[in-house]
Write a protein of this length. Sequence first.
Length: 234
Amino acid sequence: MDAGLTETLLWLCKIPSPIGEEAEICTAVAERVGKVKLAGAVRRYGNSIVVPLTRGTGGPHVALVGHLDVVRTDHDAPPRIEGDKLFGPGASDMKSGLALMLDVAERGARPNVDITLVFYAREEGPFVENELGPVLDQDPELRGASIAVCLEPSDNRLQLGCAGGMRRFVGDERAARDHGDPSLHRFRGTAGFRALLHYGGACRRRRLPRGESPGVASQAAQPTAPFEERQAAP
Ligand SMILES: [Zn+2]
């Protein structure tokens, strides 16, 4: 890795950002990227920022996306470089991706695409707390992007739409919460996906009108409760 990129990664790792504590790194990244010549002002939503890097190229609008938070872990020493390895919380997932995003901005390379950088908070936890959804809700320009690339560590492999199948569930989860029904949004990961299948079957049996949000029809969420009880059973 080149020296500039390594230094940027070490700088990111030295700013603690366990999930839920992203304010400091969000401010630091906003200040750092704000020193670059940008196509527009940095837009902040909570502890997430949207950075319009290039505009008017005539090319597609590409969003490069990365989360600012890291999993809470214990370390025996501060972030450091030993030999050809860099050690620090989130050095791989996903401050390595954030370092690339900052590098794209600071190197001044200007490819023929309109680039937007998105640094967001609360990824390493429940979907309902993830700030990417609210950022998309509040930033209409971002919703118009041609493609978004999330720079999670993937061993140099490109994965297309790997999380797309869950999007509907996230929406239903929110709808359920907004309508005061807690019976859906406690399901996450594999349990959440299986609950969704169970829930979908229940909705079909109840013949919900086509197009109606299952989250709004909160009574239909009740069939998920027995599922959770089975999960909790020894
Ligand atoms: Zn990650």
